[in-house]
Design a protein around this ligand. Sequence first.
Ligand code: NAD
Length: 440
Amino acid sequence: MKLSIVGCGYVGLVTGTCFAEMGNDVYCIDIDENKINNLKKNIIPIYEPGLGEMVERNVSEGRLFFTTDLTNAIKESLFIFIAVGTPLGEDGSADLQHVLSVARDIGRIIENYTIVVNKSTVPVGTYKKVIEVINEELKLRKREDIRFDVVSNPEFLKEGSAIEDFMKPDRIIIGANSEKSINLMKELYSSFIRKRERIIFMDIPSSELTKYAANAMLATKITFMNELSLLCEKTGADIENIRKGIGSDNRIGTAFLFAGLGYGGSCFPKDVKALIQTSNNLSLNAKILSAVDQINQEQRIVFINKILNHFKNNVSGKIFTVWGLSFKPQTDDMREAPSIDIINALRERGALIKSHDPVAMESAKAILGSEKIEYIPKYYDALKDSDALLLLTEWHQFRNPDFYRIKILMKQPVIFDGRNQYEPSIMKEMGFTYYCIGRN
Ligand code: NAD
């Protein structure tokens, strides 16, 4: 089948490449010329394990094309996926300008029956706006005879395991309201569900809202544990024991129960905020989600205060080693990473940061700049003369480091572990002053 994916970010690029892998002819389109030129040379704009090899294979086998030319790609495609960003708007709602601009382009270009698939995360009801905009353009062209369907197909991939998630999804959600689009979507996804039926068809508003509901639920689980971690610190309980204790209950499950620095990334923060705003617009008060959003922001401050308290509010001239900059391991995505707030709080107070991240140093530099922060290629080198080590992202290589070496390199053996990676008793035995989250 022939399809176009508009937007070559984390979602669009993975989606397009995985569809090509299944034998479809795929045009991946982006307005960012630099990105497209690089992709043509197999320079992948993001760090995503396995993606580079898959892109290369599908390009060389003639199924995957990168272009900035929307017109030809759209004219040739039966399916057009919208996979552009929906960042946080000024009022806290999702900014739909990119989605609607693509919809307008589609209305200007299509010649035959087309299925417009919205993969971007969009507020419930957005499909109506997409239909409206396309119809406006068809009317201007006096081509109201051209038929199209708008389908909602939110994406649930996780950065860092995006290929695996897309190729073997837990479920594929499709919101559609015409038999033709339902059958064609089923056919398109049939190669991904050979072993097990995983498509859940539903009405379009439910599909749009399911995506927000999933992210909001996961953000709430994380936040619940972070709130409990404060209680643990005051009572001598250990959040890790609580996690094991409740995670063993099938009704609760083991995932997303780790206390830490709070959620970050390109999805949870903006999607929780957008869902709160959607509720507000409808005169509803999303009380749980408002608390989740607030607690999540405070969790970073809790961590910063642990550092400031240890140094008696004076970190000026102190050197802090930061291990991990990306918002989670296995990605170079820095959007809403807790490291940004923590590093800024320390720099503002005159501290110097020596940082290392296995893949995110370049994207971090674009956000954090070079003032009072160094990006050190080898992570043990970043410990030299350090007053404290801050573990901010739980990359594998930081899980079991050589603590003897750490102690020798540092000026003072102090660790602030924002991800509860180390055992407090062992840290104590080794002579570290050790701070973590919700453990004593
Ligand atoms: P991204 O910012 O990485 O990529 C978006 C791309 O769209 C950019 O390359 C940009 O240049 C391009 N673009 C913008 N306007 C365009 C236009 N008019 N024509 C062509 N290209 C255009 O975004 P992302 O992280 O891939 O997210 C895309 C959507 O998917 C968002 O709604 C997001 O919430 C959702 N989502 C993201 C993830 C994730 O893990 N990143 C997971 C599930 C869903």
